[in-house]
Every structure is written in C-alpha cells, then in structure tokens.
Design a protein around this ligand. Structure first.
Ligand code: CSS
Ligand code: FE2
Length: 206
C-alpha cells in the first residue's frame, strides 16, 4: 500500500488543496494534459493548479537565478516539449520585457515574490492607425495568477516594486520565438524575439 497520503488523482480532484512544490506541479500539469479534452477545462485546471502551487525556498534557490547585467532571466523548470513549458523568471528592479505576443494557446503567470506590472495592449481599431493602444495596467502581487493570450492582446511585464521580483510562467504549447515591439507607436514594425534560457533545470547555460 502506498505510504503517500495524496496521489496526483487526489491533487486533480481537489479544487483547493495546496500543491507542494514544482515537481508535484509538473506531475499535476502532465495529468491535466492527459485527462482534459478541451481547452476551457484545461485552462481552468492549469489556472487552479498554479493558484494552489506553493514553491519552496529550496526550489527558489535552485531555479531563481538573477543576473544584474540583464533586465530579467528565463530559467527552465520543466517541459514535456509538446504541451507546456514551465519557467521561473527573475526581474531586476525597474526592468521590464518589451511588448510581445504569445504564439501559443495561453500564457499563465504567477507572482512568487515581489510584485510585477502587466501592461496590456491591442492594435488600434482604426485602419489608418499603426499604434498599439494600452488598455489595462495591473499590479500583480505575490501569490496572484494572471492569464494572457493573443485574443486578449499583447503585453509587457516588469518589476513593479523596490525589490526584485520572481514569477512562475507556464506557456502551452512551448514556442521558440515571438513578436517583439520596440515601441507601441509602430504595430507593423515588430521583430522576432528568440526564446533563450539563462538556466535549465537549475544549471546555468554558460
Ligand atoms: N513572454 C516573456 C515574459 S512575459 S510572459 C518571456 O518569455 O520572456
Ligand atoms: Fe508574456
């Protein structure tokens, strides 16, 4: 008989039980992709799983690798190379990503430490305009989960506080490049941003 008090099935069944650690989260995510057969259920299950996830201090010291030379670092936690990529991003104070799209079904972000600012844009509806228009700015506090996709619009994310911030990201499915805008004034003028990793599974890339 298993000595474990809770199996993955129990984690999936329970809408409110905490998910202790990133290994358990990865197992729960694997199960979600095996068991859910439509995007609405899958999206809700992923959102719930991230909400319930508690990342341990030891996991943060393994994956949350800051570099003062960079605006932020992207640290790979787990991927099945097919359905999802799970990352920890480490944001230096006053730094942010450029505005970008998400060439995937969806992007989930959980703030783990500090707070981040998410600024959302849409293409100006007027055909004469070539602008991205800011329509929402949100401060995401530690513990909160946000969701974004290209139907909602595009966004930039940055550190909002006086302390560095740490976020957990899940992209489904994984992607290797995205559109990046240097300025919201020129929607038609985007460049390709290649996905890079500062570390994989706790090992720095160089
Ligand atoms: N998409 C950005 C972070 S905000 S979702 C990135 O992956 O670097
Ligand atoms: Fe993003």
């Amino acid at each position: 008989m298993s000595a474990s008090p809770r199996g993955v099935e129990a984690e999936l069944d329970s809408g409110s039980a905490p998910i202790a650690g990133l290994d358990t989260l990865s197992t729960v995510i694997d199960s979600i992709f095996k068991t859910s057969d439509n995007w609405i259920d899958r999206r809700a299950a992923i959102h719930s799983a991230l909400n319930r996830t508690v990342v341990t201090p030891s996991e943060l010291s393994t994956f949350a690798l800051f570099d003062p030379r960079l605006p932020y670092t992207r640290n790979l936690v787990a991927t099945d190379n097919t359905h999802y990529t799970l990352l920890i991003l480490c944001w230096n104070v006053d730094k942010e990503s450029p505005i970008h799209d998400h060439p995937c079904d969806g992007c989930f972000i959980k703030a783990l430490q500090g707070k981040i600012r998410e600024s959302r844009y849409v293409k100006d509806a007027s055909p004469e305009s070539d602008q991205l228009v800011l329509f929402q700015e949100t401060i995401v506090h530690s513990g909160a989960v946000t969701y974004m996709d290209d139907f909602v619009g595009y966004h930039k994310v940055g550190c909002a506080g006086t302390e560095p911030a740490i976020t957990l990201h899940l992209y489904t499915p994984p992607y290797h490049s995205c559109k990046v805008w240097a300025s919201p004034e020129r929607f038609s003028s985007w460049s390709e941003g290649k996905v890079t990793f500062y570390s994989k599974h706790g090992q720095p890339m160089n």
